[in-house]
Structure formats: C-alpha cells, structure tokens
Design a protein around this ligand. Structure first.
Ligand code: HT7
Ligand code: ZN
Length: 883
C-alpha cells in the first residue's frame, strides 16, 4: 500500500466551481450523474486525476461530447483525464454503484432499508469520480429520484428548491447548498423516516427549522437531542458569537454507522445511539454523550465547514478545536470540574497509551496509509488539549480574540494548523516559538518538578525538568512550551495570594493594574531545565501543581503523601483535589502489585481508607465529584505505569483494594445507597444525576463483598429500577459475582429489552467486559446469539471492543483472547475494514507484556498481516504494531 506524506502536498491544478449531482436510487443499482464546471488553474497539458473506487463508469463527456478513449484511463482507484481544454469546461460523468451491497458503510450505503452516506474522509470516491480532497470546494446541487413508497423522504445538503412526482410511482427532490464545501461534507438520505420538528431563532432573527429524522417508532426518543441542539446553537452565539447560516438544520439517526456522527452541511448524520434516549432505555452517560456530540457536530458548522482543512494531515485543525468547543459546552451545561476529570481520564488512559506505543503520531501526523486510521484520540483529544493550552496561555478573552481573527481571515477557506496558530498569536501580539512543536512532536512529555521553600528569604522555588520521549520515526525531541498552572496552599488549606514570580532573571508581576491578585499562576515552562521562584511566601506552602491539568503531560513531583492528603481535603482546584486522590491510589496500587508479584502479604494503608471515608462523608461536596473520587484508576492506567504490564496481578490488586474499601466503609456505603435512591420519575437535573452516580458507585463497592444480603439488595435495585442508569448499574453490580443471581438477572434483562437494540448492546458489552475466568468462550458463544450482528458496528464495539477492554480475559495466558480477536478481525475485514482496523488496534501494545504473551500476540498479528486480500486499514495498524 502507498504511504502519503504531508511534505508532498501540492495544491490542485483544477478547481471544481459547481457540481450538479443526480441520483437515481434503485434496488439493483443506483445511477449517479455528476456534472462539474471545471476551472483549470495551471497552464499546459496537466492531467486531471480523479479518485474513484468500486465504480462502474457508464459515460464520460466534456462540454457535451464523449471523451475519446485515448484521452482517459480507468484504474482500480483513479480516472486519469488528459488533453483537456485550457479554458473552463463542463465534465459529465455517469457511474453505476450498488449501495445495497456496500457493507463498508462508507460512500452511499443502506442501513435498515434506508439510503444514507458517509463521505469523510475519502468516501465520496465510492459514489462518483471526483477530486476527493478537502481543498477542492464547490457549490453543490443534488437531485434525488426514488420510489415514493419505499423512500418517501429525500434529503440532501442546503435548501429544498424543487420536488414532485414522476412516472412509475417515483418522485424527486432537488436540494441546493449555497455554501461552497468539500465533497466530504456531501450527504444524502432517502427512506422511511419521520421528523421531530422544532425551531431556533438566531441572534440576528433568522428562524431556523430544526428536524430530527428517525424511523416512526423512535420519534419520542428524540426530545433530548432536540433540546441539546437548541442549547448548542444558543451557546455558540453567546460564547463565540457564531450564528447558524441556513434556514434548515436536519439531523438523521441511522443504526449502522462506523463512528459517532458526521457534520455534513445542514444534514448531520448520527449513529442512533447518539440521538435516541428515554429514561427507561438510556443512561445518564448516554444523555451526556448525546448532548456533547449533538453540540460537537453543530459546532463543526463553523470549525470544519465554514473553515475547513487544506488536507487530511490538518484534521486536528477542525477536530481538536471542535472537541475543545464541545468540552466547554458540556462544562457550561453541567459541572465543569467533573467534566474536566472525565476528559482527562479518557486522555490519560487512551491517548497517553497511544502516544507511548507503535501507533504514536503527532497531533498533525506526517504520513498515513489510510486516513481513517488517524481519527484517533491523539488528533481529537490531545488536539483539544493543544487548543485548551492556547486559552490557558492567552486567557479567555485573548482566546476569543484569536477565534474572531481566525474567522475574519479564513471564512470559506481550506487552511492549515499554522493559520490557526498565527490567528491566535497575531490577535494577542505574542510569539511562543516552541508552541508549534505541539503539532509536530509525538509522545507525552514528562514534567518533573522539585520544590524548595526558603524561610529566610520567604521564597518558594519550583524546579522543572521536561523530557519528551522518543517515538517511532522521531528519536530526538525538543522542549516545548508547557503552561504550568500553580497554586500554593497555606497551612489552613487556603490559597495564598501570589504577587510575583521570578523566571531566571526576569521578574513577573502577578497582580493586575487594578490590584487584583491571583491565586493560580501560569508558568511558561519552555526549556529542558527551568526554575521559577515565588516571592513573599510567608510560610511553607503545599503546592497544587498543574491545576486543571493545564498541559497534557505526565507530572512527577516531590509532593509527599501527606501533601496529597491535604490537597485531597482542601484544594480549591476541583481537578487537582481529585487528582491528589488518584495519585495516592496509583502509588498504593503499584506498591501492592509489586507485593503481589513477590508473594508478600497485602494490606491497605489506613490513612488511605480514612481519606476515602472522609470524602464520602463530606456533605459539602458535589456527589458526582465524590463518585469520581471513589473510582480507582483503571487497570490499563496502572499497566501503563509498569515496565512489564502484569494484567493478572493488576486485576487481583484492583479487586483487593475495592473489597478492602468496601469492608472498611460498609456502613457508610449502605447509608449512601439508602440516602440517594431515585424518586420514581426520572429527573435529569445535575443534582439527581449526581445522586444516582454516587449511589451506583457505592452499590458496586458493596457488591464486591459478595454477601447474600447485599446481592439481594442489588437484585431489588435491579427489579425496582425506573430508569436505565439504575438498572444497568445494579445489573453490573450483580454480574461481578458468578452464580445464579447473575445468570437470572442477565436472562431477565434480555427478556425485558430484546426489542430495544441499543439496550441489548449494553447487555452484550456488560458480558463481554466481564472479568469472570475463561470469558472468551462466553463471548464466542455470543457471536452466534440473535442479538449480535457483525455487520452492525455498534454491536461489534459492544461485544468485541468490550471483550478487549477486559485485560484479564483478552490477555489470558493461553492466548485464547488473542486468537479470538484475530479470528474476528479477519472475518470483519472482508465486510468493514474501518471497524476491523479499530478492533485490531487492541493488539498494538503487545510489547508491554511478558515474553509468553508477546509471542502469542505477535503470532496473531503475523497471521493477520500474512492474509491475502487484507485491507489497507488493517494492514497499516497490524504492520505498524509489529514494526
Ligand atoms: N468528522 C466526523 C468524522 C467521521 C468519520 C471519519 C472516518 C470514518 C467514518 C466517520 N464518521 C464520521 C466525526 C466528527 O465529528 O468528529
Ligand atoms: Zn468532529
């Protein structure tokens, strides 16, 4: 397969000014006519090379005349046109495709009988021959013709400008999008759908019709998505001054979708799981995800659509920025601290691990074989952290000035990450020479901090050392600008006033002209070794470092356990308060893993238990925050901190710590469950969500004790639950322990919900993720269950993805988990390479394990790479994992 490099970028030689598409949708074949007004951009006889895959070329004309055979060549992935006119011309292409046989869910395909599209990143080339690249921006019109009974609803981008009936029971609709766009934002939907209709009036008074389309029976489940959309539209106006730019905004929910959702201009297409919700069928986490993703796709209208990417290497330009925007939106809608804790948790478990493995790549990758493989936590989540660092460095107002300048300069353009950076820096008149390295260097920096208090001089010195590890293809790294937010706590736990700080020989005043003081200073760490000294510090402080996780780094510091307990009790920065508890837990678990490996006696420090007890008893705290504090770091987070990951020891220790906590604070946990039961009617407010989360975490702890009366209590919770949050939490609690209660609850749950596919996906995932010994056989069995369908990505993510998330079973010593995954990947690759390659990624950290496991997983990776006809998607991940 061919590797594509950022350094080889060349601007297109032909512009496509206007594109008129016509689709004649059929059961056996679909005819696509594309009429393109082409503007040559260079002189001389430059060939026009169009992308196209799995297309049957029917006719090809230039200015109305068939193109002579000598002037074009069709290959498996391209259409080469030569001897072209030197002045603007019209190119007409007719192709035939078979959406009904398209299992890749890319291009035009069918999902439960309806037609729909997914064109990002390179799916448009499966619809028609085109310059399938984001810097070719055109005005599109789309005419759709289809059987009226089978496909009563015909949708595409922009405004509906014509519709009517045709002969033979057919009908048509014509859509015109007034905004130029790249073809990856093209969308078409045709089928039996009905809409929930509402509206939003923009700040300039434009009344926008909002429609959410689903199969008829699902319409009642779209209320939350509609509310979220309205909130997102309002928020973008208030926070960024960004207004919607058409009279119609459509959202369509489809059950078969490779990712979460797609921001096609005015016709967002969503995976059903991110639209449909009712209290009975969706959890609080589902409600939050819907709000976040509805916001995310809507926010792309400006960050992605109005200003798009020059090439796919710039993906983080739109995705990192839009993830940052959706994180801020969700923070404003709920609890800012808890949202930050959840986002950093995800970054640390998934992205730090990617950054330390064979698939490590910069936020702006240098090369790819299949772009689909670079829709990663690095491009999205680390990219969002990079955007967040601009805000931390420039302040909220400075960040907004940068955004305003970015839109002023680049509306309607396809641009690069440099252009975003230039707008941010120019608007604020700053230059941070090492900041651009965040886009180019892979790997998570380690920031080591040592501190020193000088009582005589009343100074507190912070010594920083930064180190960026080598990653594949990048052996040497340079120091980058890390914003380090620091607070200092006095002996009462209060934030000290910070007046000035010395960085080398320069003294920075931290008080504003109005005399306002700060309690959090943002230090600019941009050298390998650097010292900062706070002046006028009256007593030895406890430092709160990297507040709000101000840079995506691994922090190593000399803060003592006593300091961490103090921060857990007092830090005004909610993130760092939680982080203090997590740091203590990580230390404890790593020590216990080592003791377990040496066969030593295990015990949990009483100070740790007391810290947990006082957190759960502290009624002044937000209950959702308490639930987060009670949740131990995950097994993969601990594995990442070990030289050789030992999944069995880690699992044993995590269970051990959980049961020790449960046994020691049993009464407090019981009271917490008792005091936080839901009222019968589901209340989506933050207060009630927080109560549910604390109750359910407590129930999980209690169930770990496997005492009959507690299992009975969990069974009662399960039976009496009036919402899915409580019901699935009770089921998960029961499922911790193999036995009759578990089997019965799983069977009852299936019986209750077998008609609700999204709920049954939770049932699949719960069983797949189970740590019960030998679970691989259960999961193999579930492949044959009527609830499973390998063609549906959600089911694959639940069952196969869920299984890989259970380290003890996926990494079973006999290699059965690895063989299972390889079997599934090879089967899936023939149907849906994008999903297969997401699954094969679970192998990528194989070198982190002991020699026997390494040999077993390597053998499976080699089995995969040696397979004939393997997709480029899976080949890229598997071969890079082996390299
Ligand atoms: N921009 C969207 C990307 C996307 C995608 C990429 C590859 C394969 C399938 C896909 N479906 C959607 C999603 C987003 O908003 O980030
Ligand atoms: Zn996105």
């Amino acid at each position: 397969p061919k590797e594509i490099f950022l350094k080889d970028y060349k601007a297109p030689n032909y512009a496509f000014e206007k594109v008129d598409l016509k689709f004649v949708l059929g059961e056996e074949k679909t005819l696509v006519t594309s009429s393109i007004h082409v503007i040559p951009k260079s002189s001389g006889d430059t060939p026009l090379i169009l992308d196209g895959e799995r297309l049957k070329l029917v006719t090809l004309k230039i200015n109305g005349s068939p193109v002579p055979e000598d002037n074009y060549k069709v290959s498996a992935r391209k259409l080469h046109l030569t001897s072209l006119p030197s002045s603007p011309f019209d190119l007409d292409i007719v192709t035939e495709i078979e959406p009904q046989n398209n299992t890749s869910l890319e291009g035009l395909y069918k999902s439960t009988g309806n037609f729909c599209t997914q064109c990002e990143a390179e799916g448009f080339r499966k619809i028609t021959y085109f310059q399938d690249r984001p810097d070719v921006m055109s005005k599109f019109t789309t005419r759709i013709e289809a059987d009226k009974t089978l496909y009563p609803v015909l949708l595409s981008n922009g405004n509906l400008i014509d519709e009517g009936d045709l002969a033979d029971g057919k009908h048509y609709a014509v859509w015109e999008d007034p905004w130029t766009k790249p073809c990856y934002l093209f969308a078409l939907v045709a089928g039996q759908l009905v809409s929930r209709d509402d509206s939003f009036t923009t700040m300039s008074g434009r009344k926008v019709a909002l429609r959410i389309w689903t199969p008829p029976s699902d319409v009642p489940k779209t209320a939350h998505a509609m509310k979220s959309l309205q909130l997102a539209m309002k928020w973008d106006e208030e926070v960024f001054g960004l207004e919607y730019d058409l009279d119609l905004f459509n959202v369509v929910a489809v059950p078969d979708f490779n990712m979460g959702a797609m921001e096609n201009k005015s016709l967002n297409i969503f995976n059903s799981r991110l639209v449909l919700a009712s209290p009975e069928t969706a959890t609080d986490a589902d409600y939050a995800a819907i709000e976040g993703v509805i916001g995310h796709e809507y926010f792309h209208n400006w960050t992605g659509n109005r200003v798009t990417c020059r090439d796919w290497f710039q993906l983080s330009l739109k995705e990192g920025l839009t993830v940052f925007r959706d994180q801020e939106f969700s923070s404003d809608m709920g609890s800012r601290g808890v949202k930050r804790i959840a986002d950093v948790g995800r970054l640390r478990t998934a992205q730090f691990s990617q950054d330390a493995g064979p698939m490590a790549h910069p936020v702006r990758p240098h090369s790819y074989i299949k772009m689909d493989n670079f829709y990663t936590v690095t491009v999205y989540e680390k990219g969002a952290e990079v955007v967040r660092m601009y805000q931390t460095l420039l302040g909220k107002a400075g960040f907004r000035k940068g955004m305003d300048l970015y839109f002023q300069r680049h509306d309607g353009q396809a641009v690069t990450c440099e252009e975003f950076l230039a707008a941010m820096f120019d608007a604020n008149d700053v230059k941070f020479p090492t900041f651009p390295l965040w886009y180019a260097q892979a790997g998570t920096p380690t920031l080591t901090v040592t501190t020193d208090y000088n009582a005589d001089a009343q100074t507190f010195t912070i010594k920083c050392n930064q180190y960026v590890p080598s990653t594949p293809g990048q052996p040497k790294k340079e120091p980058m600008l890390l914003p380090l937010a620091v607070g200092l706590l006095d002996s009462h736990g209060q934030d000290m006033r910070l007046t000035s700080v010395k960085d080398g020989s320069s003294l920075h005043n931290l008080t504003s002209a109005e005399g306002d003081f700060t309690t959090t200073a943002v230090l600019h760490v941009d050298k390998a070794e650097q010292e900062f000294t706070f002046i006028d510090i009256a007593e030895k402080p406890v430092p709160s470092l990297l507040r709000n996780f101000s840079a995506p780094v691994r922090l190593v510091s000399d803060v003592t356990n006593n300091d961490l307990f103090f921060l857990l009790a007092h830090d005004s920065d909610q993130f760092n308060r939680w982080e203090a508890g997590q740091t203590l837990s990580r230390k404890l678990m790593l020590d216990l893993v080592s003791a377990q490996q040496k066969g030593e006696k295990l015990s949990v420090d009483s100070a740790f238990i007391e810290g947990i007890r006082s957190t759960i008893m502290d009624t002044s705290l937000d209950k959702e925050f308490v639930a987060k504090c009670l949740t131990l770091p995950g097994e993969s987070e601990i594995a990442d901190l070990m030289d050789v990951a030992d999944p069995d020891a880690i699992h044993t220790i995590r269970r051990y710590v959980i049961t020790q906590i449960a046994a020691n604070i049993r009464e407090e946990l019981l009271k917490t469950v008792e005091a936080n039961r839901s009222s019968a009617a589901y209340d989506p407010s933050h207060e009630h969500r927080a109560r549910r989360s604390l109750k359910n975490v407590s129930l999980g702890y209690l169930a770990s004790l496997n005492e009959p009366e507690i299992i009975d209590m969990a069974v009662d919770e399960f039976k009496n639950a009036t919402n899915m949050t409580d019901q699935i939490a009770a089921l998960a609690a029961i499922c911790q322990n193999p036995g009759d209660a578990r089997s019965k609850a799983l069977a009852d749950f299936y019986e209750q919900w077998k008609e609700e596919t999204l709920v049954i996906n939770k049932w699949l995932a719960l069983q797949a993720m189970s740590d019960i010994p030998g679970n691989v056989e259960n999961v193999r069995g579930l492949l044959e269950h009527p609830a499973f369908d390998i063609r549906n990505p959600n089911k694959v993510y639940s069952l196969i993805g869920g299984f890989c998330a259970s380290a003890v079973n996926f990494h079973a010593k006999d290699g059965s988990g690895y063989k299972f995954l390889a079997d599934v990947v090879l089967q899936l690759d023939k149907l849906n390479p994008q999903v297969a390659s997401r699954m094969v990624s679970a192998f990528s950290r194989w070198r982190r394990f002991d020699e026997e496991r390494q040999a077993l997983s390597k053998a499976q990776l080699e089995r995969i790479t040696s397979m004939n006809g393997l997709s480029d998607n899976v080949f890229e991940i598997a071969s890079k994992s082996l390299a």
